[in-house]
Design a protein around this ligand. Structure first.
Ligand SMILES: [Cu+2]
Length: 395
């Protein structure tokens, strides 16, 4: 029986490389994605890439990489940050929770380090000590005639009350933290996050409803300033530092999960549902923070990373302009995204209505997001079927 099991496992291991080989190669994702470059103005990506290349050839990597624009003064500064060596991504040999950037993250880390871990450690050691004591003290050899004690009122009261009190002690900060997470402040910016097999798209309904398609950068094309291996992406989600960012999270195909560990942010992306979460990167902590899809979503689940870049507001405005978007203050500006039917409505109501109802997604304030989700849902249903049927394990 055991040998049969071993043989089966051996067979599966032997077949694994073949299965992987049957998958499309990592570099071929654009075939699945709806031609990201074509949908967006071509200038920003190319000029940013060119600018970074200039810096890299002249000097070694700097943190952050500030691109001296080769073009005249008129060109907006849309250079990107290089990752911090310590913050925003996993570390070599790291085993602890990532340093927390957001206030919620710091509170939660405190809850973990100061409340939960000490209590768990003390309980575990106490129970272990009790066990050892019972094993030694009441072993058969030392007790030829066993005690027939069945009740001890005092100890029964203690072992009932102590856990109750302990749970109460944990419940108070725990519920406080939960309440804080689920009552976000008024949103300054809304980003719609859509999971796809196997990449993310980000829509900016407050900024002219432009959309980014974010794919992982293949290892042979990755520069150190892009980010760590398997985490660097071609299009980062750029947000203003110091602003409350509301995320409306959904999916086009299967369940994904949008997670950025340094923000203590994780939200499932479920097809047909709009989930909401939020984060706020403090104004004094701009930088790039990495995450990954955290719900097993198919063959290339491990290759749809997330990169959130928090930048000063002025730089954010320049970046929005470079993507063909508009800032909420600049009302009436021409919306270059003519492909989305939802855009005019979004541009008209998005700035005032969307942030007013942070929690209730179905409330009037969220009509904007509903409009965009419908637009997205109808836009590209084909990709799903095409990719789903290429699975290697089909009988
Ligand atoms: Cu996924």
């Amino acid at each position: 029986m055991k040998s049969l099991k071993l043989t089966l496992m051996g067979l599966m291991l032997a077949a694994a490389p073949a299965m992987l080989a049957a998958q499309p190669a990592p570099g071929t994702t654009p075939a699945l994605s709806p031609a990201p470059a074509a949908a967006l103005p071509a200038t920003p990506a190319s000029s940013a890439a060119a600018g970074t290349a200039v810096v890299n050839s002249a000097t070694p990597v700097q943190t952050p990489v500030v691109t001296p624009p080769a073009a005249p003064k008129a060109a907006p500064d849309i250079s990107h940050y290089a990752p911090d060596p310590e913050v925003g991504h996993p570390l070599e040999d790291g085993f602890k929770i990532q340093p927390q950037v957001t206030e919620i993250g710091q509170d939660a880390l405190w809850m973990h380090n100061v409340v939960l871990m000490p209590i768990i450690t003390i309980i575990s050691l106490f129970v272990l000590a009790l066990l050892l004591w019972v094993v030694v003290r009441f072993r058969a050899k030392a007790n030829p005639t066993p005690s027939r004690t069945a009740h001890n009122t005092t100890i029964e009261i203690i072992w009932t009350l102590a856990p109750v009190l302990l749970l109460l002690v944990i419940a108070v900060p725990s519920i406080k933290l939960l309440a804080k997470q689920y009552s976000p402040p008024k949103a300054d910016l809304t980003v719609k996050v859509i999971g796809n097999q196997w990449y993310w798209t980000y829509q900016y309904p407050d900024n002219g409803d432009f959309e980014l398609v974010s794919n992982m950068i293949a290892e042979d094309k990755r520069k150190p300033s892009d980010g760590p291996r398997l985490l660097a992406v071609d299009e980062r989600m750029v947000v203003p530092a110091g602003a409350v960012v509301k995320l409306i999270v959904t999916s086009n195909d299967v369940i994904h999960s949008f997670a950025v560990p340094a923000f203590w942010t994780k939200m499932d992306a479920v097809p047909g549902r709009l989930n909401e979460t939020w984060f706020k990167v403090p104004a004094d902590k701009p930088g790039v923070y990495y995450g990954q899809c955290s719900e097993l979503c198919g063959a290339r689940h491990a290759f749809m990373p997330i990169a959130v870049e928090a930048v000063p507001p002025a730089r954010f405005a320049a970046w929005v302009a470079s993507k063909g978007g508009t800032m909420p203050g600049a009302a009436g500006a021409a919306n270059p995204d003519a492909t989305s039917a939802a855009s005019p409505a979004t541009a008209a109501t998005g700035t005032s209505a969307a942030p007013s109802a942070p929690l209730a997604v179905g409330a009037p304030g969220a009509a904007v997001s509903d409009a965009t989700v419908n637009a997205t849902a109808t836009a590209k249903p084909i990709a799903q079927g095409a990719t789903q049927n290429t699975g290697p394990t089909e009988p």
